[in-house]
Design a binder for this molecule. Sequence first.
Ligand code: BG6
Length: 475
Amino acid sequence: SKITSLFPDNFLWGAASAAYQVEGAYNIDGKGPSIWDIFSHQPGTTHEGTNGDVAADHYHRFKEDVALMAELGMQSYRFSISWPRLFPEGRGKVNAAGVKFYSDLIDELLRHGIKPMITLYHWDLPQALQDIGGWESRETVDAFEQYARLCYQEFGNRVELWSTFNETLIFIGMGYFTGAHPPGLHDPKRGIQACHHVFIAHARAVKTFREYKNTGQIPANGQIGFVNVMQPHDSITNSSEDVAACQMADDLLTHWLYDPVLKGEYPAHILNLAQLTWDVPEFAPEDEALLKDNICDFIGVNYYKREWVAANPDVDNTKINTTGNKGSGQEFGIKGLFKFVHNPQSTYTDWDWEIYPEGLCVGMMRLKERYGDIPFYITENGLGAKDPIIDGEVIDQPRIDYLASHIDAAELAIKQGIDVRGYYPWSFIDLLSWLNGYQKQYGFVYVDRENDLQRKRKKSFFWYKDVIASNGSKR
Ligand code: BG6
C-alpha cells in the first residue's frame, strides 16, 4: 500500500456489466428475443445448459444494486442496453417499458452521483435481425442506426459516456470463425463481411451522435468510443518464423479491429490478403468516407490476458471453443498463419488465461505507438474464478491480488504518459459468463443462486471501496 497515487482527480473508478449477463427478465415487459436467448436454449451450446433467463435479475433489483454501487463508492457504471428490450423486432415499433427501465436505471445512478457509461451493443442482437442475415445484412446496419438514435434521444441529455460495440474480436471471431457463439458459423468470408458492417454501423452511430451534439440534444461534453479486446501478443521464441507469426496475430486480431475505428481504414496488406483469399470485405460507395470521417473520441480496452504466439505450419484448430473450456489446455490456431501456445514460465487462471498485469501497460503503450495520443478507458479487467466461501464469507483474495497488480500497471501507464481516464473492473456483480455459466465468477458482489439471488458483499468489495476512496493510493 502506498501513500499517494498518480491517478488524476477526475479519474473514474467504476465497474462494468452487460445486459444479457445481469438483467434476466428475458421475456418480460415486451422484450423480444435476442440471438443469445435462442442460442443458449439450444442443447449443448453452454456449460450445463446455463442461460441468462434470470441471470442476476438485475432488471427487477436494480435499485438494490445501485445502492450497493453507491456504498462501494463507484463513480461510474458501465452497462449495456439490450437492443431487443427497446426494439423487440430489432427495428420499427419501440417497447416503452424497455425505455422506461433504462431511463429509471440512469436516474437512479445519477441520484447517487454515479456516471453512466452506456454500451450500445454487447452481443445480444435481436433475433428478428439475425433472421434477415444479422450483421451480414446492411438492413441490420440501418436498424442499428435507428436504435442508436432512440438511445440518444431518450438518454442523451443524461449520459456523457457512450460506446458503440463491445469486442468485435469475440462476437465476430466466435460467431463466424470458431462457431462457439451465435450465429455459430465457421465461415471467414461471411465473418469478414459481417465485421465490415459492424464498423460501418459504428461509423454511422458516431456520425449521428455528433449531429445530436451539434443540435445540443447531447451535451457538448458527450463522448463516443469503441470497446475492443486488448490482447498483447508475444512471440514464444526469437525464431523468424515465430516472430512473423506473432506479427500476423497482431495484424489480424488487433490492427484489423482497431485501425477502422482509430485510423478510419483497414491495414492495407491485411485488406489485400482478405480480398485475394475471400473476395471480401465488399465496400459500398459511401463506406470509405464514413470510416475516415468518424474516428471515435476514445478507445475502451478490455484487458484480461496476453497470448504467446508460434508459427503454425500444420495445425488447424480454429473450431475449438477457447472461452468455455476450463483448463482444457486446447490451443487455438489458424493453419499457415499462427497459433497460441502455453508458456510453462507463465502463471494461468483455472480457465487457462495468463495472469500478466504488466500487459495492461504494455498493451496501451503499443496502441499509443500506432494510433497516437488517444484517451483510454480500461472498460474491463478482472479475474474469473470459483470463489472460496469460508464461514459464510466470500474470501476472494485472488481477485484482490489480480486487480491490485493491474491497478499498479494502470498507474505505470499514466506515469509513461498514457491518457488513462477510468478503470472499470469486470464486474460489479457475479453474472453469467456466457458459455461458462455462473461458476466463473467476476463480481465484487456475490449472488447466492441457492437463496433467492441474495446479494452479499465479498472481501474484494471492501477492498475496492478503499481503493476508490483513496483515489487508488490504498491497494
Ligand atoms: C469479455 C466480455 O470478453 O470478457 C464479457 O466483454 C465477458 O462480457 C468477459 O464476460 C469475461 O469472459 P468470460 O468468457 O470469462 O465470461
